[in-house]
Design a protein around this ligand. Structure first.
Ligand code: SF4
Length: 334
């Protein structure tokens, strides 16, 4: 059970009126005060009880911060001393938080620094929410939330509880439409996500339209192949009329050829009536220690992009605000 649920139950148990939860929530999310001892609107005895029951509200500690003009990368220490990272980005006064769902990741995509670590463990609901709360307390609110940090969010069932709290009007109150889940396509939970949170934005980490090559880049292709993922995404488009994003990290000489662009165009066109709601995000690769790939040149990137545009496919070159921090979402490591 997460601490927001525990808080509601606790207030109920000690006989507090219903408005107490709203008061405390306002203190946390509007006044940005998380210290129960300083919530002077509460009776003294209740302040003491809350501090005793919950201890410090943030369960994770920021131990290193790297700031560039538009991105803030924070290294957090978890209660068991494992470490994770999260990034907050600002673009035209728009605050976006990129969160981790796992310490490490078991999926071993060969271009990913996190994948090199292997899985340490899934993060608890509170540990994920606390990354967001940390930025909430520091920034002028958070406008969008992305699960593109360390780990594969759909391998962690706690994600569903996290989404409930994030979208809960009493707490973070962030619209599901401003929530982005980046996944390699973990099928059972992808279908569950679509059914339970039909409005969240889904980005499939694609990176190659050739199944054989995708399997080399992303071993999970063997278990959850594109040919099984696309019918689920098409079901989402048909049922919920939501755009689906295809993330494509451009790796020089690996997946950025004319043939790769043509294969991507064919893959999207082969989705028939649903093809028009697929949108490609081209992402530049960030070299990291232990990874031998190189980013595609700006010229090659533009060429790739123009091929898609000429074919009538929606495509965006993603601004990567994490660049100056030597990292970007999906490529984090501690
Ligand atoms: S790209 Fe995502 S799924 Fe693949 S290893 Fe990295 S964190 Fe895991």
């Amino acid at each position: 059970m997460n601490k927001y649920q525990r808080l509601a139950l606790f207030l109920n148990r000690v006989g507090q009126p219903d408005y107490r939860l709203r008061q405390i929530s306002e203190s946390i999310f509007s006044q940005k005060e998380i210290n129960f001892a300083k919530m002077f609107f509460l009776p003294l005895e209740l302040r003491r009880e809350l501090a005793e029951e919950f201890g410090p509200w943030l369960s994770i500690k920021a131990i290193r911060k790297d700031f560039s003009s538009q991105a803030k990368k924070v290294l957090f220490s978890l209660p068991d001393n494992n470490r994770i990272e999260a990034v907050s980005m600002t673009y035209r006064n728009w605050q976006s938080a990129c969160l981790s769902s796992q310490a490490g990741c078991p999926l071993g995509c060969v271009f990913c620094a996190t994948g090199k670590m292997g899985l340490v463990r899934n993060l608890t609901t509170d540990e994920i929410l606390d990354q967001l709360l940390f930025f909430y307390l520091k920034e002028e609110g958070v406008d969008t939330v992305s699960f593109m940090g360390m780990g594969e969010p759909l391998l962690n069932d706690n994600l569903f509880e996290v989404l409930e709290v994030i979208t809960d009007k009493r707490f973070f109150n962030i619209s599901p439409r401003r929530t982005n889940i980046s996944t390699v396509g973990i099928l059972p939970n992808l279908k569950r996500l679509i059914d339970v949170f039909p409005s969240v934005n889904i980005a499939l980490s694609l990176n190659s339209s050739f199944p054989k090559q995708r399997r080399l880049l992303m071993p999970i292709e063997k278990k959850f192949p594109l040919k099984k993922i696309f019918p689920i995404l098409n079901y989402h488009i048909r049922t919920n009329r939501r755009k689906v994003f295809l993330s494509y990290i451009l790796l020089s000489g690996v997946n950025d050829s004319t043939q790769h662009a043509s294969a991507l165009i064919s893959l999207i066109r082969s989705q028939g009536n649903e093809a028009y709601l697929y949108h490609v995000n081209l992402i530049s690769f960030h070299p990291a220690a232990g990874l031998t790939f190189k980013p595609s040149s700006p010229r090659r990137t533009d060429f790739f992009k123009n091929q898609l545009l000429r074919a009538g496919i929606g495509v965006t070159k993603r601004r990567s605000l994490g660049l100056s921090l030597q990292d970007a979402c999906g490529q984090l490591t501690t």
